[in-house]
Design a protein around this ligand. Structure first.
Ligand SMILES: Cc1cc2nc3c(=O)[nH]c(=O)nc-3n(C[C@H](O)[C@H](O)[C@H](O)COP(=O)(O)OP(=O)(O)OC[C@H]3O[C@@H](n4cnc5c(N)ncnc54)[C@H](O)[C@@H]3O)c2cc1C
Length: 392
C-alpha cells in the first residue's frame, strides 16, 4: 500500500489528525489495532467546557451521554463546594459516550477521505537513507506494508511510534497517574454534577471521581500518582471508597489505565514523524484530562502534514512548525498545570480542607475549572504563594 501519511491509532488525536490531513488533500491511512474503534472505553469521558469541543467539531447527539451543570469538590473532612458552569454563556460540560464519540470521529476522518483500517496493529517503522518510508503492520492476521513519507503517532500512552522514532517518552513513576474505574449503576447518583474527592489517604497524589452518565449510570474512578501506588492499590482504594459512599452501587464494568502527567516532553517530532495526544504527553498534568488536547494537537499535526508533504519536505526541521504551534498554545497551559500539580502534591489534608473552606463564599459562583486555580490563589495568597508565577 502507498499513501502520503499513516496515522497510527484512532483515538481522538489520531482521528482528528487523519481528518485534517485528508481535508488538506493528502492520501491518508488511519490504523487502529482494536477491532472496534472506541472499545473498551478506558476513560471517565468528561469534557469540562462544552465550547472547547464545539470549536473543534459539531458534536452528534449520540456522542453525549449527559450534560453536566457543574462540579462538586469534596475535601478530606467531608466539606464540599459546588462550582457551576462559567461566565461565557456556555454552562457546564459533557460526559461523552466515548465508544460512539471515537467511532464518530473516525467516521468523519473517513468522510474526509482517509482510509480506516481496524484490527490493524502497526508493528514497526522501516527507514531508507535515515528517513522513515514504510510502516509495517499486522492487518487481521496478515502482514501489511504501507509506504508513506510521513507518520503521525497517535497511539496513546504506551506509544510504540515514539520508540521507533527514537523519541524518549519514558515516564517517571511520579509523572504517571495510575487509574482504575468502574462503570456502575446507582439510582442515588446526582445526574447533573460531577464529583471530585480529595485526600492523601483516599487517593494519594490524585483524586476519586464520580461522573454521571444517562440512566443512573456513572463512571466512578480513581487516579493516584504512580510513585505512591503499589500493585492493585487503585482498585483497593476505590472499593473502599465505594463501600462508604455508594454501598448500593452495582458494578457493571472495570477498566484500568495510565495517564501521562509529565508536562511537555523535549521533542514530539523527528524526521518524518509527529506525535500527538497521550503519545506526546499532551494531557493535563493536574487533572489527567486529555481528550480536548489530543484533538487540538491532532488538528495541528494534520495541518502541518498537509504543508510539509505538499512541499516535499518532511524533515524534522520542516515539522518543527508543529512543535512550535502546539507548544505556544496548549503547551503553555500544560506547562503551567505541571507546576501546579507538583505544588498540590505536597499539600496536607489540612491544607486541602482550608482551600475548600476558602471557596465557600463563592458557592454557586460562575467559575469554570480552568479559572479555579486563579481564584484559589486570590483567596489563599499565602498558602499558594509558590504558584504566583503561573498567573502574573
Ligand atoms: C481511567 C481514565 C480516565 C480518563 N478520564 C478522562 C476524562 O474524563 N476526560 C479526559 O479528557 N480525559 C480522560 N482520560 C484521558 C484520555 O482518555 C486520553 O487523554 C485521550 O484518550 C487521549 O487520546 P489519544 O488519541 O491521544 O489516545 P487514545 O485515546 O489512547 O488512543 C490511542 C489509540 O491508538 C491505538 N493504538 C495503540 N497502539 C497501536 C498500534 N500499534 N497500532 C494501531 N493502533 C494502536 C489504541 O488502540 C487507541 O485506540 C482518562 C484516561 C484514563 C486512563
Amino acid at each position: 500500500m502507498k499513501c502520503d501519511v499513516v496515522v497510527i491509532g484512532a483515538g481522538p488525536g489520531g482521528s482528528m489528525a487523519a481528518k485534517k490531513a485528508a481535508e488538506e488533500g493528502l492520501d491518508v491511512v488511519l490504523l487502529e489495532k482494536r477491532q472496534e474503534i472506541g472499545e473498551p472505553v478506558r476513560c471517565a469521558e468528561g469534557i469540562s467546557i462544552k465550547s472547547e469541543l464545539k470549536e473543534l467539531i459539531k458534536p452528534e447527539p449520540n456522542w453525549i451521554s449527559t450534560e453536566i451543570k457543574g462540579a462538586r469538590l469534596c475535601s478530606p473532612n467531608g466539606d464540599n463546594v459546588f462550582m457551576a458552569g462559567n461566565d461565557r454563556g456556555d454552562e457546564g460540560g459533557y460526559i461523552l459516550e466515548r465508544k460512539n464519540f471515537d467511532r464518530g470521529l473516525a467516521l468523519q476522518a473517513a468522510r474526509a477521505g482517509a482510509k480506516v483500517l481496524v484490527k490493524t496493529r502497526a508493528t514497526g517503522l522501516i527507514r531508507k537513507d535515515g528517513m522513515p518510508c514504510t510502516v509495517s503492520a499486522i492487518c487481521q492476521g496478515k502482514t501489511l506494508r504501507i509506504d508513506a513519507p510521513l507518520v503521525i503517532g497517535a497511539d496513546g500512552v504506551e506509544s510504540k511510534t515514539a520508540r521507533w522514532a527514537g523519541i524518549d517518552t519514558r515516564l517517571n513513576l511520579k509523572d504517571i497517574m495510575v487509574c482504575a474505574q468502574f462503570l456502575v449503576f446507582d439510582s442515588t447518583i446526582d445526574q447533573e454534577c460531577c464529583e471530585f474527592f480529595f485526600g492523601n489517604k483516599m487517593a494519594p497524589g490524585g483524586y476519586i471521581w464520580i461522573f454521571p452518565k444517562a440512566n443512573s449510570l456513572a463512571n466512578v474512578g480513581i487516579g493516584i500518582q504512580g510513585s505512591q501506588s503499589s500493585s492493585g492499590e487503585p482498585i483497593k482504594l476505590l472499593e473502599k471508597f465505594m463501600k462508604g459512599k455508594m454501598p448500593k452501587a452495582k458494578i457493571l464494568q472495570m477498566v484500568a489505565g495510565g495517564i501521562p502527567t509529565s508536562g511537555p516532553i523535549k521533542t514530539t517530532t523527528s524526521d518524518g514523524i509527529m506525535l500527538v495526544g497521550d503519545a506526546a504527553h499532551q494531557s493535563d498534568p493536574l487533572t489527567g484530562g486529555g481528550i480536548i488536547n489530543a484533538m487540538k494537537a491532532g488538528v495541528m499535526a494534520g495541518k502541518v502534514a498537509g504543508k510539509s508533504v505538499s512541499s516535499g519536505d518532511v524533515s524534522a526541521a520542516a515539522l518543527k512548525e508543529y512543535e512550535e504551534i502546539w507548544r505556544s498554545s496548549i503547551g503553555k497551559e500544560i506547562e503551567k498545570r505541571y507546576h501546579a500539580k507538583k505544588f498540590f502534591l505536597n499539600l496536607t489534608d489540612e491544607d486541602l480542607n482550608n482551600l475548600t473552606r476558602s471557596l465557600h463564599g463563592h458557592n454557586g459562583s460562575r467559575i469554570v475549572t480552568r479559572d479555579l486555580l486563579k481564584l484559589l490563589f486570590n483567596l489563599n495568597p499565602k498558602m499558594l504563594w509558590n504558584l504566583r508565577n503561573l498567573f502574573f
